[in-house]
Design a protein around this ligand. Structure first.
Ligand code: ATP
Ligand code: MG
Length: 578
């Protein structure tokens, strides 16, 4: 590796550790891995882990492997492998064909377990899971509320001889013993203050078909044994993981030492937590299984697939990851920061269009039926290259129901009898009246337009306070719109009061479907079958929208509201600075 590549400036604690390791000669290169377990879809927390794994490798001119950590046959599936790969690619990270599976190492790991048994440092135990837990002991709080871990007790099988252990372990593999009747344990110290070090289980017997190895194994290695040795097998120098693995680090090092393999180094960083969000595959799976959401890719889910379908961009997510940085202590990030990053990016790329969610007819009295006036509309003021389009101004138009009031509330600058507004890209119109049906609902608004005010012209310095969006009635495109709110109402959905679960925090109003919205026809121009990942739209005055992957009733295109226009993050920051 060139020195120039190494000297990329960085200031986070992981880079500092890596620089030290390179300077001291502990490692001469950098190789990381991203190790998802294929038991669920990736969420935005994994995005943080992945960004760190791939970016550390890139910064130091190293490599990053993708390794499926697949040693729990009951929960894993090939469909998860595929979803995970698709999501990583979407974010723009590239493992360059270095795709590995811990399940490919079963034979290798078995051999290392035998090696540790031979050294007298692992034994076959007959205690049941419950007995083992009881022998191990738990942390207890003393009278001053200081937690202590009273010493555990040795298993009666702890002193089996090496030969007996080798024989029993081999017979475990051959399938001579029922599930749960025996385990292989590391012989460390049952009095160790760290419970993780009290003779942890290395292998258990489990007759369960594995999605890759099928029925060839009935014993499966445990995470703590498998992970360091898989890292070592791949020559991983820096095994970066979230903070909950910190107490497992002495065990990570113990297995590497006992197996006498490549000395990978584990470094922990803070997990990502987000307000109003649950980031644990176990609970996300529960939401999917119980039908609380439409699937892993429900646009309200914090999964990468859900975020993509909602209209998030890889650029926004990567910007967010850069802004939150690499911290060593856990904290909860305000979801408004994520939304800020999203708006910043969408503002640059979204095409502006007009759509009316709750349509109300506007009749231009001084324009004849059948006549059309062409107007020019800018597709994206942030991107001159996006060009302009034509919109037809006609006698009948649709406006937003909320943009008309029979009797205006204070500071209402939109349409009401006698008042004038500008129709975006078009003319100033003045409200002359309205129509009601027999039950008193307003069915149409009437107005006259001022031909001299076309496209922003304002002769005689004529000023109006409001500009409203609209859609020409002829050719208006019927669409369905889905508007989202947070899936969880509480800021910290996992911190529940006694007797409640995180499910009690589900927001009953997290999805609103608007069935009879109308949009400019250009919304579909050039957009073929529904896909996620754009094109991205800004419905003027309303927010950012993207076409959903599924159509609505009657084949109507569905548009997901990605996020509104109002920036709550700037407000929060303002408040903090004040
Ligand atoms: P979950 O708790 O959601 O089930 P996990 O840790 O069990 O997550 P894995 O597939 O084992 O899921 O995780 C792969 C990698 O992602 C691990 O290195 C893990 O440390 C990291 N990771 C998981 N959740 C987060 C998070 N919220 N923030 C940062 N990193 C995370
Ligand atoms: Mg895990």
């Amino acid at each position: 590796m060139e020195d120039a590549e190494r000297s990329v400036e960085t200031s986070d604690f992981i880079s500092d550790f890596i620089k030290e390791d390179l300077a001291s000669g502990r490692f001469s290169r950098v190789h990381t891995r991203f190790p998802p377990e294929p038991n669920g879809w990736l969420h935005i927390g994994h995005c943080k882990a992945m960004s760190i794994d791939f970016s550390m490798a890139a910064r130091f001119g190293g490599k990053c492997n993708l390794r499926f950590d697949d040693t729990n046959p009951e929960k894993e599936d090939i469909s998860y492998v595929e979803a995970i790969k698709r999501d990583i690619k979407w974010l723009g990270f590239d493992w360059e064909e270095r795709e590995f599976y811990a399940s490919d190492y079963y034979e290798h790991l078995y051999g290392l377990a035998v090696k540790i048994i031979r050294k007298g440092n692992a034994y076959v135990d007959d205690l049941s899971e419950d007995e083992m837990r009881e022998y191990r002991g738990t942390a207890v709080a003393d009278k001053n509320n200081i937690t202590e871990t009273p010493p555990g007790r040795d298993s009666p099988y702890r002193n089996r001889g090496v030969d007996e252990n080798l024989d029993l372990f081999e017979r475990m593999r051959r399938g001579e013993f029922p599930d749960g009747s025996k385990t292989l344990r590391a012989k460390i110290d049952m009095k160790h203050p760290n419970l993780v070090m009290r003779d942890p289980v290395m292998y258990r017997i489990r007759r369960e078909k594995h999605y890759r190895t099928g029925d060839s194994w009935c014993i499966y290695p445990m995470y703590d044994f498998q992970h360091p040795l898989s890292d070592a097998k791949e020559g991983i120098t820096h095994s970066l993981c979230s903070l909950e693995y910190e107490i497992h680090r002495p065990l990570y090092d113990w297995f590497i030492r006992e197996a006498e393999v490549f000395p990978s180094r584990q470094i922990e960083f803070a997990r990502l937590n987000l307000t109003h969000t649950v980031l644990s595959k176990r609970y996300l799976l529960q939401l999917v299984r119980e039908g609380r959401v439409s699937g892993w890719d429900d646009p309200r889910m914090p999964t990468l697939a859900g975020l993509r379908r909602r209209g998030y961009t890889p650029a926004a997510l990567r910007d967010f990851m850069t802004r939150i940085g690499v911290a060593k202590t856990d904290s909860t990030v305000d979801i408004a920061l994520l939304e800020y990053c999203l708006r910043e990016d969408l503002n640059k790329r979204a095409l502006r269009v007009m759509a009316v969610l709750k349509p109300l007819k506007l009749v231009i009295e001084n324009l004849e039926a059948g006549s059309e006036i062409e107007l020019d509309a800018v597709n994206n003021p942030e991107d001159p290259g996006a060009g302009t389009r034509k919109i037809k101004f006609t006698r009948e138009l649709w406006i937003e129901r909320d943009d008309f009031a029979e009797t205006p509330p204070p500071k209402y600058y939109r349409l009401y009898p006698g008042n004038s507004v500008r129709l975006r890209y078009g003319f100033i119109v003045t409200c002359t009246g309205f129509e009601k049906d027999s039950s008193g609902n307003i069915t149409a608004v009437r107005a006259v337009y001022d031909p001299s005010t076309k496209g922003g012209n304002a002769p005689d310095n004529r000023k109006v306070k409001g500009t409203i969006h609209w859609v020409p009635a002829a050719g208006a495109l019927p669409i369905e719109v889905k508007v989202y709110d947070y899936l969880f109402t509480p800021e910290r959905p996992m911190e529940t009061p006694p007797g409640k679960t995180f499910l009690d925090g589900l927001n009953p109003a997290s999805l609103t479907t608007v069935r009879d919205a109308l949009a400019e026809p250009c919304l579909l121009a050039g957009a073929g079958a529904p896909v996620s990942g754009g094109p991205f739209f800004q419905f003027e005055r309303q927010g950012y929208f993207v076409r959903d992957t599924e159509d609505g009733a009657g084949g109507r295109p569905v548009f997901n509201k990605t996020i509104g226009l109002r920036d709550t993050w700037a407000k929060i920051k303002g408040k903090q600075q004040a």
